[in-house]
Each structure stands twice: as C-alpha cells, then as structure tokens.
Design a protein around this ligand. Structure first.
Ligand code: ADP
Ligand code: MG
Ligand code: ZN
Length: 481
C-alpha cells in the first residue's frame, strides 16, 4: 500500500513549464497554441543547415523571476548544452538545453499540507531548454504526421529534490509550483494543453533505511490527479515486487489513465547516452547583479507572503488565507471585495462558502463568476449598514448570480430592504403577541425560551425583513412591560 507501515515512498518531480513568451526561444516565430500544423515555423526552429540561434531576452527575464520566487541562486554565468538524440519531431537531432551550468540552482518551495503543516521541498535546479515538435498518430493508417509548431517553444525544467513522501505531497507541490508560475504570469499552467508537464520519479525503501532505492520515472501524466494515481500505483508495484523477492529496474514507464496502470516504455537512459557538450552556437549567458535586482523589484507579491499578510493584517484564519491566495485571481477577487468596504472576515466567508460553493456546483472558475467583486462587496456593505439581514443577503446573492444585476437594484425592486422602522415592527409584534396568548403566558411564568418562537413569528410576519435586533428589543420590552 502507498502508506505501507514497512515502506516509505520517495518522489522527485521534474516539471516542464512552457514559458509565455510571445516568440520562440531562438527565433521570432509565434508560440500561440492551436494554430494549423506547421504554420509557425522558420528555418531556425525547423533546423535548416547553417542557421544560428538567438536567445530570447524575455525568456531570461522569466527564468530569473522564477528563480527568485523559489529562493534559488541565479548563476552569474550559465551555459547552454547540446543533448543529442534522434526523434522524428526533433529536426535538429539535438535539443538545446542546459546541463552542468543551469541558470538557477538550489531553491525551495513550501507546501501547505492538508494537516495544516508546512513542509519545505528542495529544488535542485531550474534550466532553460527548447521544446520539441509533436508526432500525431491518430486517424492515420500506417503513418505519423509531424507538427513543428511547438518546436522551439521555451521551457523551464524545474527539478525537485527527492523530498516528497507521498502522492498527496506531490499533488500539493504541483499546485504550489503552478500557482507561483501563474502569479508570476510566466506560464499558464494548463496541464491538458501540455504547457505544464510533469514526470514523476518514484522509489521505495524500508522505513529506517537511509539510502535511496532504485527509481523509475513515470511519464504521460496529464493532470495532477493522474500524477497522484500513478505514484500510488507505482509505489504499490515496487513494494509488491520487493516483497516477492524481485528487484526494481531503473526504467521509464508510461502511465495509462484509462487502464489505471503503467507499463515499461524503455530502459532509463543515462546522461552519457546523450553525448552532452557545450552548445557551440551560443555564448555563455552572463547575468549581472543589477539585472537580477531590477527583476526582483518587479516581482509581484507571491502566495506565501500574501497569505501571511491576509492572516496577520486582515485577521483571516490560516486556512482561509491559504484558500484565498491559492490563485492570483482568487486573491484579487478577495482584495477587490474588501476595497468596496466589506469587512475582510465577512468577505472571506462569503467567498469561501457561498461563492466557491456556487462556482463549484456549476464547474466555473472564479474569473467566470457572474457576481463580480464590486457587487459582492456592495452586497456585504448592505448587510453592514443594516439595510438587509444576512439571510436576505443570501437570497440577493442567488439573484445576483442569475440576473447579473446590482444588489441595490435587486433589493429595491423586490422590496427586500430590512424594516428598522420601529412603528412597523411594533405593529407586527403587537399582532404576534395578540395571536399567541399561550406563549406570552408561558414567558411571563418564567419560560423565557419561548421568546425565540415569538421572534420567529415576527420575522415570518415581516417576511424576514424586520431588523432582528430591533425585533428582539421591542419584544423584550413589551413582554416584560
Ligand atoms: P534525469 O534527467 O536522469 O531524469 P534529473 O536530475 O533531471 O535526471 O531528475 C532526477 C529526478 O529524480 C529528480 O527530481 C530527483 O529528485 C529524482 N530522484 C533521484 N533519485 C531518486 C530516487 N531514488 N527516488 C525518487 N526520486 C529520485
Ligand atoms: Mg528525468
Ligand atoms: Zn522559428
């Protein structure tokens, strides 16, 4: 089992994140996804003989940003390397990557585990490299098609230390990393479209062992859910194999999400198989301290810092702060709601409970919400000013979702404004007291609990619009009078 009492699961993740640069890594071709096959290529990315690569400056900015965001060290001098292998969708016969001197080394990322604990995961390195094209096999008999549009799309490969101990931690790591890349606006993090891809390295060892076991590498994981399922499956497979006296072979395995199983794809290649050597067509990349400092000054507030600020300055619970900073969009929704004058804790409640509940039911993201932060903030304002009760606000909220109208308009048109006018409330109280002599009697005999029932009757008579505090006060006064 994945949480076997005798064995421990060890995981290291390699993430390939496509960078949102406008043009490719070494040429001016567009990187837009989904264009007609082979319409976004030129002699450079299609690897015609004699062409020379020119490094994309925007990519280097994005790599520095990412490095700073994970507290990595940015190398003053890094180097590109040629990784040689043949593949039909790799026209050059080699991939330009970084090997011994990557742009970023030694970073870390903090996981927010479901238990409320925090755990630090080391990042070994982050390097820049070029993406390959795509081979298409579907719908063609006995042949494959090659689409080179993706060739030359810039990637960051982010390699973690083998610090993860369960599929849950691996899932939390991917969510956190993706969220940081999205905050930085360097990657859209779309796993289905392949702009955020993950290979998982998995090994197991007997608890107490200090040496790492032989790992296998899992590929073809196109969602966080699949990464987690594949890791659990692989850990179980390795434990069963060891328990039955077998040995683990270092290999690359392909996950099959339909069959919920993995199969061996190829023996694991070693670095020397690729005949790496420094890329002769590119000079070493030199990054000055000034350039790093300039990027650092432009860094947005990142999720961890935001969460700390939300809990320390705005008084949110750590849990709410975590939820509200899980994406940049969520955090700005919350901040804009508060800007409308909503009390932060009330805004947090409405967003995490009512809004996210409703969005989840409809399968929508927060940026697709029909209720805008401005409208939600004003709805909360109406509660705070005593114009409507919390209960009526929930009705207005539902109506805002359906009609996309302003809360003030809904309240006015439907006559939902809270009655604070004491004359009207007094009349309703008198009526209820006259209609319920038994309860009035009971109250006067000391059974003060029946007051709750009488308040309920008054609220009912005013269709929920009476100000509950006023009802209480008037009722108490009349009952004890
Ligand atoms: P390669 O290109 O050969 O896959 P990398 O250095 O790019 O090598 O990535 C290796 C990944 O495997 C890292 O994420 C590392 O943490 C992980 N890893 C290394 N050894 C083990 C192990 N024994 N068990 C699990 N993961 C491991
Ligand atoms: Mg690998
Ligand atoms: Zn090109």
């Amino acid at each position: 089992m994945a949480n076997d009492p005798l064995y421990e699961t060890i995981i290291g993740l390699e993430v390939h994140a496509q960078m949102l640069t406008r043009s490719k890594i070494f040429c001016g071709c567009s990187t837009t996804f989904g264009a007609e096959a082979n319409t976004q290529i030129c002699p450079v990315c299609a690897a015609f003989p004699g062409v020379l690569p020119v490094l994309n400056r925007e990519l280097v900015q994005m790599a520095i940003k990412t490095g700073l965001a994970v507290h990595g060290t940015i190398r003053e001098r890094s180097e590109f390397a040629r990784k040689n292998y043949f593949y039909p969708d790799l026209p050059a016969g080699y991939q330009i990557s970084q090997f011994e001197l990557p742009i970023i080394e030694r970073g870390e990322l903090t996981l927010d585990l479901e238990s409320g604990e925090k755990k630090r995961i080391g990042i070994t390195r982050i390097h820049m490299e070029v993406d390959a094209g795509k081979s298409l096999h579907e719908g063609i008999q006995g042949a494959s098609w090659i689409d080179l549009n993706r060739t030359g799309t810039p990637l960051l490969e982010i390699v973690s230390e083998p610090d993860l101990r369960s599929s849950r931690e691996a899932g939390a790591y991917l969510k956190k990393l993706r969220s940081i890349l999205r905050y930085l606006q360097v990657c859209d993090g779309n796993m289905e479209e392949g702009s955020f891809r993950c290979d998982a390295n998995v090994s197991v060892r007997r608890r107490g062992d200090t040496r790492l076991g032989t790992r296998t590498e899992l590929k073809n994981l196109n969602s966080i859910r699949n990464v987690m399922r594949a890791i659990d499956f692989e850990a179980d497979r390795q434990i069963d194999l060891l328990e039955s006296g077998g040995t683990i072979v270092q290999e690359t395995r392909l996950w099959d999400a339909n069959l919920n199983t993995s199969r061996s794809m190829r023996g694991k290649e070693e670095a020397h198989d690729y005949r790496y050597f420094p890329e002769p067509d590119l000079p070493p990349l030199v990054i000055t301290r000034e350039r790093i400092d300039a990027v650092a000054r432009q860094l947005p507030e990142l999720p961890d810092a935001k969460a700390i600020r939300f809990s320390r300055e705005l008084g949110l619970s750590e849990y709410d702060a975590g939820v509200l900073t899980s994406s940049r969009e969520m955090a700005s929704f919350f901040e804009e709601t508060v800007q409308q004058g909503a009390h932060p804790k009330t805004a947090a409640n409405w967003i995490t409970v009512e809004l996210l509940g409703r969005l989840n039911r409809e399968g929508l993201e927060i940026e697709q919400s029909a209720v805008t932060p401005r409208r939600l903030g004003r709805l909360i304002g109406l509660i705070q000013s005593g114009d409507i009760s919390g209960k009526i606000a929930k009705q207005v909220f539902e109506l805002m979702f359906e009609t996309e109208a302003d809360p003030e308009r809904i309240v006015a048109e439907r006559g939902l404004k809270q009655v604070s006018d004491t004359g009207a409330i007094e009349a309703a109280v008198d009526k209820v007291l006259a209609e319920n002599p038994t309860q009035v009697q009971q109250y006067r005999e000391g059974k003060t609990k029946v007051a709750g029932f009488l308040v309920g009757q008054v609220m009912k008579a005013t269709r929920g619009k009476a100000n509950p505090a006023a009802v209480n006060a008037i009722l108490q006064a009349k009952l004890s009078g």
